[in-house]
Design a protein around this ligand. Structure first.
Ligand code: FES
Length: 128
């Protein structure tokens, strides 16, 4: 390979690398869940996580947090009971505390609900 060929090959490889990184950055963009202005402190909302599974989002004075709605017992979808401030599984009645790490309150669940990383960015609650 002569000098011109080397420079051309290097330029093409560098372009592909830069383009590939740009594509990765686009693919890794956080998923917008809801505008912060429409999700006041004390609110909760069900949403679909980036993996396609149902999830619950909460906002308190300290920020936002979310959990998978898939029960850790046998995989049913939990529901949020606002009056009791807990997530309850309709299949075998396991309950979870969303304000304490999604820990099991009662029932046969094997562990806490899976936490989902969410944050507030540019006026949106996003899954990162
Ligand atoms: S699947 Fe949720 S308690 Fe059994």
């Amino acid at each position: 390979m002569n000098r011109r060929g080397f420079i051309r090959t290097t330029a093409i490889a560098a372009g592909a690398l830069i383009f590939g990184r740009a594509q990765s950055a686009v693919a890794a963009a956080p998923k917008k869940i809801i505008k912060v202005s429409k999700f006041p402190v004390g609110a909760s909302q069900q949403f679909v996580a980036t993996n396609g599974a149902p999830a619950f989002l909460f906002r308190t004075k300290t920020g936002v947090f979310a959990y998978s709605a898939i029960c850790t017992h046998q995989g049913c979808t939990v529901e949020y009971l606002k009056a009791g401030k807990k997530l309850v599984c309709p299949c075998h009645r396991a309950s979870f505390d969303p304000f304490n790490g999604g820990k099991v309150i009662s029932g046969e669940a094997k562990g806490p609900l899976a936490k989902i990383n969410v944050s507030i960015k540019s006026g949106w609650v996003v899954q990162s």
